[in-house]
Design a protein around this ligand. Structure first.
Ligand code: HPA
Length: 279
């Protein structure tokens, strides 16, 4: 595991993938915990296990499949990460961002990133979809950024803007698709913690106070890597549980996160396919 990845190392990942497929993906999709079945709608799929790609982080979490799919979703050429790497698994932030850079090098223009998240906003219910309108990079404020290290100018500038990182036009397409599908949805702010321990009730009250609507352990590093290299980004959180921030309230657990996936998969699939058709 490297702390930083040079263009030469990234090109090794690209070359390994190119031995399996010539498809130029338009959209890269990252599927979060319990959301692997979202990939079932991908047609003419070619599968590549993460293990077969040099430098690719291999997901170790239950509910993360660990393979890359290339195919079509409603006629759009896509590459899908079934499973992702998280910082808490022991990967460097650079490694968590690596698959996104590889997507870019393979030709992708857009990243659609999904996750399972805990609701902080008390109007949210398990099974709701949150279209991410902005994020709070709490772990980044503590120094954990995928762009740390020598800047790769080929991708983007040393100090990239994170304004409107979640493209307003794509958020609007997602909102329209959710409305058309009768899917309960919100626009909200996602906050990224390192994990793997869940939040304390005091953490929950703090996160709510600083303006976050949902909390999770992913997505933000990938979005930073994506914006740095110019990918358009749409982020969707599936709310798997709602956090009360009181000691007597039920604690979140990974099983309920995976169970909520059953309800969320068809909802997220409807939104993603609606967005792709409208592009
Ligand atoms: N906290 C952090 N991450 C999560 C949660 C949660 O409650 N639910 C799903 N991912």
């Amino acid at each position: 595991m490297a702390e930083y990845y040079t263009m030469a190392l990234l090109q090794e990942s690209v070359a390994a993938i190119r031995r399996h497929t010539e498809i130029v993906p338009r959209v890269g999709l990252i599927l979060g915990s319990g959301l692997n079945p979202l990939a079932e709608a991908v047609t003419r799929a070619i599968e590549i296990p993460f293990e077969a790609i040099p430098h690719f982080p291999v997901s170790t979490v239950v509910g993360h499949q660990g393979r890359l799919l290339f195919g079509e979703l409603d006629g759009t050429p896509v590459m899908v990460m079934q499973g992702r790497a998280h910082y808490y698994e022991g990967y460097s932030m650079a490694q968590v961002g690596l698959p996104v850079r590889v997507m870019r090098l393979l030709g992708a223009e857009m990243l659609i990133v999904t996750n399972a998240a805990g609701g902080l906003n008390l109007t949210y219910r398990p099974g709701d979809v949150m279209v991410i309108c902005d994020h709070i990079n709490l772990i980044g404020m503590a120094g954990l950024n995928p762009l740390r290290g020598p800047n790769l100018e080929e991708f983007g500038p040393r100090f990239p803007s994170m304004n409107a990182a979640y493209e307003p036009a794509l958020r609007e397409l997602a909102r329209e698709a959710a409305l058309a599908g009768g899917i309960p949805h919100h626009q909200g702010v996602y906050i990224c913690l390192a994990g793997p321990s869940f939040e304390t009730p005091a953490d929950v009250r703090f996160l709510r106070l600083i303006g976050a609507d949902a909390v999770g352990m992913s997505t933000v590093p990938e979005v930073i890597a994506a914006r740095h290299c110019g990918l358009r980004v749409l982020g969707l959180s599936g709310i798997s549980n709602v956090l009360m921030g009181e000691e007597g309230a039920p604690a979140p657990n990974h099983e309920e996160v995976l169970a909520a996936g059953t309800l969320l998969v068809p909802r997220l699939a409807t939104i993603i396919r609606g967005v792709l058709r409208a592009l």
